[in-house]
Design a binder for this molecule. Structure first.
Ligand code: NAD
Length: 497
């Protein structure tokens, strides 16, 4: 049985005393153990990162970029291995795991351009023979705390940019699927990253809590559920750290009567049930504007009937299991709740046939609830599983009000053939990432990813130029080299002349 532990100062550590079980979600069996870091383990990782910082911040931009290029090549060569680790612990199907690795690699490719990204501004002669220029410098040791649903991609939203900027990094991955983090650490080592620049501590909330209060950690990037994101933001900032904390989501897709209904149905099913709905950008609510509701639901139900559910390493499976038994039970509890609240259960995922039998895994098939009452718990709460709710609305305005009235503001999409309506939607909707006939509008690496309202605490989104900004602080230098014309003592406030 495998044992997953930390990676500190360039090498893996031995097993610790406190451990948690790892599961294969497809068969429910224990597949190994992960060490849960003690306070001393976290301190050792932060110390290693602090020791490595002075030399790494002084490494030339050319050297940092070369290491990033090698890391990118190494990741590319190990896509399959990384995807297999993700499938084994998370459960998502292989194609989906490869997709998450690809999106993570894109952030590394973005970070390879760090010499360009860190270019400052220069103004000659702001005052007579005085020049002014801006530079951005790394913060020091920075930390990332990441969720179970993207064990490779979400850490790669953070650490390629942080490390490229000259920081050293401590990653605390989810304790549910920790193995990908160790392979990425090994690939950094092979790429020539100096020891201590990238470290991993495995663990739960206790390990994360130590990072939030450690005086040598200068910034924390967090991605996870909203209650924890809110706590991480409050605790980290109370300890004087820069914090970006991305939280949960409840993403709505508004389908106007003029939309291409086949495209909309394909999109709703792909975005609702991909990765078993365990994506922060999953579509969980379809707002069907009258009179297309019945036809759209018919098209969605037909497509759901054709989905193949099975273990992630089965090449024919399109959707895998949920991550744990407890999470499956929580998600499944929304089916009865939805009916109690007045919805119609048109597809019951508890009855879905599972390839290979699925007796012991953490299974729940794709579920569709129609006529979900607006404002009900099933409509409002993040379920984070394969449950698609259809809410019938009478107009664009009614749909928009439901989206803007919600707690979250991560992603949303409008489906229409009316450019004017789409333009109005992108202007009026209070959501950070908007799709027009695109159901999962995840920004490319060179834009920044982040939601609004309870989907993000802090003001800086991840990766792209906002990521570079988050992991650096600005400095402006005003400089004069002596020449014979300097004017002697002047106690007045400097102005340009
Ligand atoms: P989670 O909040 O349970 O855990 C996230 C991380 O926080 C894990 O590493 C966990 O160990 C750690 N943690 C747990 N308790 C903590 C505490 N008290 N203090 C500090 N850290 C603590 O989330 P999860 O179940 O792993 O992931 C699913 C959630 O993540 C969903 O709500 C989903 O919407 C969200 N998510 C959001 C985004 C986004 O970009 N907004 C992306 C992916 C996932």
């Amino acid at each position: 049985m495998k044992h997953v532990s930390h990676w500190i100062d360039g090498s893996p550590t031995g097993p610790g005393d406190r451990v948690a079980e790892l599961f294969d979600p497809a068969n429910g069996q224990v597949s190994g153990h992960v060490t849960l870091a003690t306070r001393e383990d976290v301190d050792a990782a932060v110390e290693a990162a602090a020791r490595a910082f002075p030399a790494w911040r002084d490494a030339s931009l050319a050297r940092r970029a070369q290491i990033l290029f090698r890391f990118r090549e190494s990741l590319d060569a190990h896509r399959d291995e990384l995807a297999a680790l993700i499938t084994a612990e998370h459960g998502k199907v292989r194609g989906d795991a490869l997709g998450e690795v690809a999106r993570g690699i894109e952030v590394v490719e973005f970070a390879c351009g760090i010499p360009h990204l860190l270019k400052g501004g220069f103004s000659e002669n702001v005052s007579t023979r005085v020049d002014s220029y801006s530079i951005r410098q790394p913060l020091g040791v920075v930390a990332g705390i990441t969720p179970f649903n993207f064990p490779a991609m979400v850490p790669m939203w953070m650490f390629p940019v942080a490390v490229a900027c000259g920081n050293t990094f401590v990653l605390k991955p989810s304790e549910k699927d920790p193995s990908a983090s160790l392979l990425m650490a090994e690939l950094w080592r092979r790429a020539g990253l100096p020891d201590g620049v990238f470290n991993v501590v495995q663990g739960d909330g206790a390990a994360a809590g130590r990072l939030l209060e450690h005086p040598d950690v200068k910034a924390v990037s967090f991605v996870g559920s909203t209650p924890v994101a809110r706590h991480v933001y409050a605790t980290g900032t109370a300890h004087g750290k820069r914090v970006q904390a991305l939280g949960g989501a409840k993403n709505h897709m508004l389908v106007l009567p003029d939309a291409d209904l086949d495209l909309a149905a394909d999109a709703a099913v792909s975005a609702g049930f991909g990765s078993a709905g365990e994506r922060c950008m999953a579509i969980s609510v379809v707002l069907a504007v009258d009179p297309i509701g019945d036809e759209l639901v018919r098209k969605i139900v037909n497509r759901v009937a054709g989905l193949t559910v099975g273990p992630g390493d089965d090449p024919d499976a399109q959707m895998g299991p949920l991550v744990t038994a407890a999470h499956r039970d929580r998600v499944a509890s929304y089916l009865d709740l939805g009916v109690e609240e007045g919805a119609t259960l048109v597809v019951d995922g508890r009855k879905t046939p599972i390839r290979g039998g699925g007796e012991r895994g953490f299974w729940l098939g794709p579920t569709v609830l129609d006529h979900v009452p607006p404002g009900s718990r099933v409509h409002r709460e993040e379920i984070f599983g394969p449950v698609l709710s259809i809410v019938r609305v009478r107009s664009y305005e009614e749909g928009l009000a439901l989206i803007n009235g919600g707690e979250y503001g991560n992603g949303t999409a409008i489906f229409t053939n009316d450019g004017g309506a789409a333009r109005r939607f992108q202007n009026e909707v209070e959501v950070g990432m908007v799709g027009v006939n695109v159901p999962i509008p995840v920004p490319m690496a060179y834009y920044s990813f982040g939601g609004w309202k309870a989907s993000l605490f802090g003001d800086t989104h991840v990766h792209g130029t906002e990521g570079v900004h988050f992991y650096t602080r600005g400095k402006v230098v005003t400089s004069r080299w002596l020449d014979p014309s300097h004017g002697g003592v002047n106690l007045g406030f400097p102005t340009s002349t």
